[in-house]
Design a protein around this ligand. Sequence first.
Ligand SMILES: [Zn+2]
Length: 114
Amino acid sequence: MCEIFGQAACEVRVVPNSLYARLHGRADATTRRNVIYLRGPLQSFLADPELMLHEYFHVLHQWRSGRLTLLRYVLEWLRRGYWNNRFEREARAFTATHLHRMHALLAPRSAPAA
Ligand SMILES: [Zn+2]
């Protein structure tokens, strides 16, 4: 993860098969400061570049900067719901912008010609 997101990503804890995540409705993951809680196994998360970008964005750009707090998220969610709240819109925009790079980074390198 560090290779893709930089050193800061190494410090993010990822918790697979999390009861805490399952308590958050149908979401595949939920984040807090420096933690990503996954509903399912780690392998599924690592196989989903879109979800990884989205969740790491929440942690590295929103939680870590202090812009995202539990109270702010809840207030935003009450005003605009899940899809239209600004934290989710920002994460989706970031993901849409960078997904092609993420795919390129994750693509298996072609074997050198013999
Ligand atoms: Zn999100």
